[in-house]
Design a protein around this ligand. Structure first.
Ligand SMILES: Nc1ncnc2c1ncn2[C@@H]1O[C@H](COP(=O)(O)OP(=O)(O)OP(=O)(O)O)[C@@H](O)[C@H]1O
Length: 436
C-alpha cells in the first residue's frame, strides 16, 4: 500500500471505509476501500462476493476493481475513482432533474444491469449511494451483496437497504431473482424526479405500509404468490387503494410514470427485466421516427425476437396494409386529445390512419396525455398503454393477448388502475383489516 497516498475519506459504509488516494507510481487518483473486518487467509479474500463478482464483470457502467491487496490482515480494494454518488447529486440538487437528464442516468444504470444479469449476477443492494457518477457517467458499485443468479436458495442473508427493498424480500421469500434489482431501479427512477424517496419506510413493517400507500394493498389478482410468503400471514395490512402516481410524481411524463409503475410491480414476475426496460417508450421520447406499415408487419412476423419491442407493438395497428400505404406515427409524449382535435397538432405528432379525417368517437382512439396535459374533467379512462394507442375496432387484428408477446411486461397490466378514473384528489379512505 506504500504506492498509495491517502488524500481524504470519501465514504463510510457498512463493510468498509473508502478513501480518495493517489497512486504515486502512476499519478492516478483512485478510490481505496479498506474493509472493516480482518482477514487471515488470502483464500478468504478472493472468495468474497465483491471480489468474485467484480473480477468477472467488466463494463463501462460497472465500477472497475483495479487491485486487491492484503497487508497486516487488512484487506484493500483499489477502484477507479468516481466524483460522487447519485445520493450526493440528489441531495445537492435545488431544482428537479430534467427528464432528459434522468433518461441518460437511467439508461446507463439499466445497461450496467443488463450486463450484470446476463453474466449471472444480481446486485441486491441497488440504491443511489451505490451508483457512482463522474461527468454524467454512472457506474454501479458495491458488490458486497451481489449473488450469482444460479446460486441455490434459500437466500436468507440481509438484502438491500430498506427503502429500495423489494416486497418479496420484505415478506421473506426464500428465493428471489434479479427482479429485486428492478424494483430498486423503479424506486430510484421515481426519486430522481421528486428528489425524495418513494418508499421511505422507518421499519420493515412501515416499509410495507409505505409501499401499500402508493401501490395499493395487493391481493390474489395482483400477486398470487405473494399471498403465500412466510411473513404474509402474520402481517396486519391496511386496506389501501392505489394512488395516482401522477399526484406523487407530478413532473414525470406518462412514459416515466408507466415505467415506474411496471418496475415497482408487487409481483416480481410482472416487472420488466433490465433489457425489457430499455425498450420502454420512456427511452424513445425525443428519438421518435416514423415507421412504415411494412416495417411493422415485418417485425410482427419475426417471432424469434429475444425481447419484446414495445415501440413496435404499440404502433402496430395491424399486420395488413390498409392499401393507402400510410405511415403510422405517434410521438407518445406529445399527443393529447387526439380523439377530438387531431388537426391542431403538428404533422409529426399526429397519428395517421385511414380514418384520420374523421377520427372515431367511440370506440376509437383513446387520448394519451402528456405530463403537461393532466387529465381533467372530460377525458376518458385509459386502462392501459395498449388501449391508449389502439382503437377497439383495430384490436381484432392483433394477436391473442392483446398483441403483445406473452411474457411481455408491457401492455399486459394496467397502467394505473385509477390513473384517469380517479378524478378526485381527496385522500383515499384507510381502514385496517387483516390482509393475506
Ligand atoms: N470507486 C469509488 N469512487 C468514489 N467513491 C466511492 C467509490 N466506491 C465507493 N465510494 C464511496 O464510498 C461509499 C461507500 O462505499 P461502498 O458502498 O462500496 O461501501 P460499503 O461498506 O459496501 O457500503 P454499504 O454500507 O452500502 O454496504 C459509496 O457510497 C461512495 O460514496
Amino acid at each position: 500500500m506504500d504506492r498509495y497516498k491517502v488524500i481524504r475519506e470519501i465514504g463510510d459504509g457498512t463493510c468498509g471505509n473508502v478513501f480518495r488516494a493517489f497512486n504515486i507510481e502512476t499519478n492516478e487518483i483512485v478510490a481505496v476501500k479498506k474493509m472493516k473486518r480482518k482477514f487471515y487467509h488470502w483464500e478468504e479474500c478472493i472468495s468474497l462476493r465483491e471480489v468474485k463478482a467484480l473480477q468477472k464483470l467488466n463494463h463501462p457502467n460497472i465500477v472497475e476493481l483495479k487491485e486487491v491487496t492484503m497487508e497486516n490482515h487488512q484487506l484493500f480494494f483499489i477502484f477507479e475513482h468516481m466524483d460522487c454518488n447519485l445520493y450526493d447529486l440528489i441531495r445537492d440538487r435545488c431544482v428537479p432533474f430534467s427528464e432528459e437528464e434522468i433518461r441518460k442516468l437511467m439508461l446507463q444504470i439499466l445497461q450496467g444491469l443488463v450486463y450484470m444479469h446476463n453474466n449471472g449476477y444480481f446486485h441486491r443492494d441497488l440504491k443511489p449511494e451505490n451508483l457512482l457518477v463522474t461527468n454524467g457517467v454512472v457506474k454501479i458499485a458495491d458488490f458486497g451483496l451481489a449473488r450469482e443468479v444460479c446460486s441455490s436458495p434459500p437466500y436468507t442473508d440481509y438484502v438491500s437497504t430498506r427503502w429500495y427493498r423489494a416486497p418479496e424480500v420484505l415478506l421473506q421469500a426464500s428465493a428471489y431473482t434479479p427482479s429485486i434489482d428492478m424494483w430498486a431501479v423503479g424506486a430510484i427512477l421515481a426519486e430522481l424526479f421528486t428528489l425524495s424517496p418513494l418508499f421511505p419506510g422507518e421499519t420493515e413493517t412501515d416499509q410495507l405500509y409505505k409501499i401499500c400507500t402508493v401501490l395499493g394493498t395487493p391481493d390474489h389478482s395482483v400477486w398470487p404468490e405473494g399471498m403465500n410468503l412466510p411473513r404474509s400471514s402474520s402481517f396486519q395490512f391496511f386496506q389501501i387503494p392505489p394512488r395516482n402516481l401522477w399526484e406523487i410524481i407530478p413532473n414525470a411524463s406518462l412514459e416515466a410514470i408507466d415505467l415506474i409503475k411496471q418496475l415497482c410491480s408487487w409481483d416480481p414476475q410482472r416487472r420488466p427485466t433490465a433489457e425489457q426496460a430499455l425498450h420502454h417508450p420512456f427511452f424513445n421520447v425525443g428519438k421518435w421516427a416514423p415507421r412504415s406499415l411494412h416495417d411493422i408487419s415485418y417485425s410482427r412476423t419475426n417471432e424469434s425476437r429475444a425481447s419484446p419491442r414495445l415501440e413496435l407493438d404499440l404502433w402496430g395497428f395491424g399486420t395488413e396494409s390498409d392499401g393507402l400505404d400510410l405511415t403510422l406515427s405517434l410521438k407518445p409524449s406529445s399527443v393529447s386529445g387526439l380523439n377530438k382535435h387531431v388537426p391542431e397538432h403538428r404533422e409529426e405528432e399526429n397519428l395517421l390512419y385511414s380514418g384520420f379525417a374523421n377520427p372515431p368517437v367511440q370506440p376509437g382512439l383513446w387520448p394519451l396525455m402528456s405530463s403537461s396535459h393532466r387529465p381533467v374533467g372530460d377525458v376518458q379512462a385509459m386502462p392501459s398503454w395498449e388501449q391508449a394507442y389502439i382503437a377497439d375496432s383495430q384490436q381484432a387484428a392483433l394477436p391473442a393477448g392483446g398483441g403483445f408477446s406473452s411474457g411481455s411486461p408491457f401492455g399486459l397490466f394496467p397502467l394505473q388502475p385509477n390513473l384517469m378514473e380517479s378524478r378526485s384528489l381527496a385522500p383515499a379512505p384507510i381502514r385496517q383489516v387483516n390482509f393475506f
